[in-house]
Write a protein of this length. Structure first.
Length: 152
């Protein structure tokens, strides 16, 4: 269950949509999330209602084509899967939106099952022990995440 925020500078609606599609496709391919697990906030800044700042940190020459991608997701993916995700986001951002890979800045923020409410005021990934004596076990569609106790 990733939650994605994408911020751009002057991208326009078509490029912003293409970037959203690129990030989602990369999440499906690299992390195996279900295709309908699609929660994104896409924001294009114009300098009046918002701005983006960037620098050349670690020798990466960024410019006004910068794209910030922030992904919140459950903990538990390996470093290799994360690197594959970064690579695939950069590849698809170039293919779908014409974004130079040097301008694709990605940050992952991991959290636990109780950090999510997907509606109804419930913590669907971390239900409380039920009155029937159940232990609160749950299963996730992609099987990822630390602390996941599969339902037997």
């Amino acid at each position: 269950m990733p939650f994605v925020r994408i911020d751009t500078w002057g991208a326009g609606p078509q490029r912003l949509d293409a970037l959203g599609r690129a990030v989602h496709q990369a999440l499906v391919e690299a992390l195996g999330i279900p295709p309908d697990d699609h929660f994104q906030v896409l924001t294009d800044h114009d300098g009046v209602n918002g701005a983006l700042r960037y620098g050349g940190y670690l020798g990466v020459r960024r410019d006004e084509g910068i794209v910030y991608v922030a992904v919140a997701l459950r903990a538990g993916r390996t470093d290799a899967r994360k690197r594959a995700l970064y690579r695939r986001i950069a590849e698809l951002a170039r293919e779908y939106a014409g974004t130079e890979p040097r301008n694709v800045f990605v940050v992952l923020t991991e959290n636990g099952p109780a950090d999510w409410s997907l509606g109804e005021g419930l913590a669907q990934y971390a239900p409380a022990d039920g009155p029937d004596g159940s232990d609160g076990s749950y299963a996730l569609p992609d099987g990822g995440g630390e602390g996941v106790r599969p339902v037997s």
